[in-house]
Design a protein around this ligand. Structure first.
Ligand SMILES: [Zn+2]
Ligand SMILES: [Zn+2]
Length: 80
């Protein structure tokens, strides 16, 4: 009587949640939402995934690149 009939049922289900049911899903590096990779665009700077929603908003850079661009775009104060 050592038969273990109860198999853990969370295995495949949990895996599906962790990996995302859609193979296509990617995390947007601008807004953090998971969107379809096929509908998104790469960051123009580093090529990471930007979702289509952000693209429609005019976002072409991921958060990190946008922060960098903001710094480098800031004119130096001592141009006297
Ligand atoms: Zn986004
Ligand atoms: Zn980037």
């Amino acid at each position: 009587m050592t038969v273990q009939a109860a198999k853990p049922r969370v295995g495949p289900q949990l895996e599906g949640v962790l990996l995302g049911k859609e193979h296509d899903g990617m995390i947007c590096r601008s807004c953090g939402n998971e969107e379809r990779a096929s509908e998104g665009y790469p960051c123009t700077e580093c090529g990471t995934f930007i979702c289509v929603i952000c693209s429609l908003r005019g976002v072409t850079l991921c958060k990190e690149c946008a922060a960098k661009a903001e710094r480098t775009a800031t004119p130096q104060a001592d141009d006297a």
